[in-house]
Design a binder for this molecule. Structure first.
Ligand SMILES: Nc1nc2c(ncn2[C@@H]2O[C@H](COP(=O)(O)OP(=O)(O)O)[C@@H](O)[C@H]2O)c(=O)[nH]1
Ligand SMILES: [Mg+2]
Length: 462
C-alpha cells in the first residue's frame, strides 16, 4: 500500500521477474483495481501472494472510491478466511516533505491496519537513485524519528528498496510467515466483518470522512463570512428586488420588442444582472461572481464524495444537476447571477443535509423532500443546458416557464428546509436559516421580475 507513484506495482513486478508488466510510467496510477500475483517463493517450499493496491491520489473523490475498493477486497478475503501475513507501506525517499497526500495516506493506512498489526508492517522507501545518499539518509532518519516513530515502537520495520529482485525478496522475507490460523485480521476487516460496521463507521472510513468534512467546513466558512458582513445584514431588512427586465425602448433592436415584452432576453439580463440580483436576494454575496461559483462547485463536489461514501443516493440525485448547472454557467462568458443564486442556495442546503446525514439516518419524509427538489433542479439544469447550447442572445433566459421552474425549485427547497428543521442539531440550524432566508429572497425576486415583465409588456402595447 501507499500513495500513487511510490513504486508499489514496480515492486511486485520486479519481485516476480516481470519488470514491465503492471507498473505505471509517469505519475498516473495504473493499478485501478487490486491485483494479486501468486508466485513460488525462491525457497521452493511455498507460494507467496503479492497484492498490489491502487494508490490514494490528491482528489478526495477518488480517495473514497479507492478505500471502498480496498475495503471490499479485504472484506471478501477475510470472509473466505484468507488473511495477510504482512503489509508493505511504500514511501518515496525523493519526496522532500511528508504532508498533504502522503500524510493523509499514512494516517489512513494506520487506521486500516490497527495498532495490533503494526508489527507486521514493513515501511519501504523507494527511489533511492533519485536522491543524494546523505539527503536520503537525513530523510530516512526524519521518517524514523517522527512520522513512523509510533509504528516502529509497536514493531514496524523500515527497509530500502533498490529496484532489484534480490532487494524485493529481502524485504518480503522480513515478514515472518506465521501459520494461517495465527494470522490476525486487519482492523478494518474486524470492523466490517466481525462487527458488521458500514465502511464510513470504520476507523479508516472516519479518517477519510474527517478530511472531507474539514474542507467542507472551510467552504461553509466562506459562505458564513459573506453572510455576517454588515452590508448583507443591512440588506436583509430590505425587500429583495431582481434586476428590472430590459425596457423595450432601450432594447437593442426594435424588431425584437415583442420578444422582450413577453420574455426577458439573455442580453437584457446580462446588461442588468451585474448590478443587483446577487446582492438583493437576502443571501450572500460580497464575493465576486467567480469566487462564489467556485465555492458552490467545491461544496457540491465534496458533498458528492460524502454522499457516495455514506451511500446517500437520494442526495446524489440533487447534487448531480446542481453541479451540472454550476459547471455550465461557469463555462459561459457572461455572468448569470439569477441561476447562481438558485444553485448557491441548493449547494448550501445540500451541505446542511450532508452534514446531518453523517450523524443521523435520514427519514423517508426527508428523502421524498430531497427527491422533490432534485427533480426541479433537473428541470432547471435543462434550461441551463439549453442556454449553453445556443448562441448568446438567442435564448430568452427567463421565459414564463423558466420562471415557474426556478420558483418551483426554490419552493421545493424551502419545503425540504421545513422538513429538516425540527430534526437538525442546534449547530446546523443557523446554516439552515440562511438557506431559508436566501430561498425566500429568490422566490420574491423571481415574482418581482415576472411583474416587471408584465408591466413592460403592457407599456409596449400602449
Ligand atoms: N528511480 C526509481 N523509479 C521507480 C522506483 N520505483 C518505481 N519507479 C518508477 O516510478 C513510476 C511509478 O511507479 P509505480 O510502480 O507505477 O507506482 P505505484 O503507483 O505505487 O504502483 C514508474 O515510472 C516506475 O518505473 C524506484 O525505486 N526508483
Ligand atoms: Mg500501481
Amino acid at each position: 500500500m501507499g500513495p500513487t507513484g511510490t513504486g508499489k506495482s514496480t515492486f511486485v513486478d520486479i519481485a516476480v521477474g516481470r519488470p514491465d508488466s503492471g507498473a505505471g510510467h509517469g505519475l498516473v496510477s495504473c493499478t485501478q483495481e487490486i491485483r494479486a500475483v501468486r508466485y513460488p517463493h525462491p525457497d521452493g517450499e511455498r507460494n507467496i501472494v503479492l497484492v498490489d493496491t491502487p494508490g490514494f491520489d490528491d482528489t478526495f473523490v477518488s480517495d473514497t472510491q479507492t478505500l471502498r475498493n480496498l475495503a471490499e477486497w479485504l472484506k471478501t478475503t477475510y470472509k473466505q478466511k484468507v488473511m495477510l501475513s504482512g503489509l508493505l507501506y511504500f514511501h518515496r525517499i525523493s519526496d522532500n516533505r511528508v504532508a498533504g497526500t502522503p500524510l493523509r495516506n499514512l494516517n489512513m493506512f494506520k487506521e486500516l491496519c490497527g495498532r495490533d498489526n503494526f508489527k507486521n508492517v514493513v515501511l519501504v522507501t523507494t527511489m533511492w537513485s533519485e536522491v543524494l545518499e546523505d539527503v536520503g539518509l537525513q530523510r530516512e532518519e526524519e521518517l524514523q524519528n517522527d512520522f513512523w516513530k509510533a509504528m516502529i515502537q509497536l514493531g514496524s520495520t523500515t527497509h530500502r528498496f533498490h529496484l532489484t529482485e534480490e532487494s524485493a525478496w529481502e524485504i518480503i522475507d522480513t515478514i515472518s510467515v506465521s501459520l494461517p490460523e495465527e494470522r490476525r485480521p486487519l482492523l478494518i476487516q474486524q470492523e466490517m466483518v466481525d462487527e458488521n460496521k458500514p465502511l464510513h463507521k470504520t476507523s479508516a472510513g472516519k479518517t477519510v470522512l474527517r478530511s472531507i468534512t474539514d474542507i467542507f467546513s472551510g467552504v461553509k466558512g466562506f459562505f458564513r463570512r459573506s453572510k455576517t458582513s454588515k452590508a448583507t445584514k443591512d440588506r436583509r431588512d430590505k425587500a429583495p428586488t431582481l434586476p428590472r427586465p430590459p425596457h423595450p425602448s432601450r432594447s437593442r433592436s426594435s424588431s425584437s420588442v415583442s420578444s422582450h415584452t413577453t420574455h426577458s432576453s439573455i442580453d437584457g439580463l446580462r446588461s442588468t444582472s451585474n448590478t443587483s440580483f446577487s446582492n438583493s436576494t437576502g443571501f450572500p454575496s460580497e464575493h465576486s461572481y467567480r469566487d462564489a461559483l467556485g465555492g458552490v462547485i467545491t461544496t457540491l463536489k465534496l458533498a458528492h464524495s460524502v454522499a457516495e461514501f455514506v451511500r446517500i443516493h437520494c442526495l446524489k440525485e440533487a447534487i448531480v444537476p446542481s453541479l451540472s448547472i454550476a459547471h455550465a454557467i461557469e463555462g459561459m462568458e457572461e455572468p448569470h447571477h439569477e441561476l447562481l443564486r438558485v444553485v448557491e442556495n441548493a449547494a448550501l442546503l445540500i451541505g446542511v443535509i450532508t452534514e446531518h446525514a453523517q450523524k443521523v439516518r435520514i427519514t423517508t419524509e426527508m428523502k421524498t423532500a430531497i427527491s422533490g427538489f432534485a427533480k426541479d433542479l433537473k428541470r432547471a439544469d435543462g434550461i441551463v443546458q439549453d442556454m449553453a447550447r445556443r448562441h448568446s442572445g438567442t435564448r430568452a433566459v427567463l421565459q414564463d416557464t423558466d420562471l415557474r421552474t426556478l420558483t418551483s425549485c426554490a419552493e421545493s427547497m424551502r419545503h425540504a428546509c421545513d422538513v429538516l428543521r425540527p430534526k437538525l442539531s442546534p449547530d446546523n440550524r443557523p446554516a439552515l436559516f440562511r438557506v431559508d432566508v436566501g430561498l425566500a429572497g429568490v422566490i420574491t425576486a423571481l415574482h418581482d421580475y415576472k411583474s416587471a415583465c408584465c408591466e413592460i409588456s403592457k407599456e409596449a402595447m400602449r
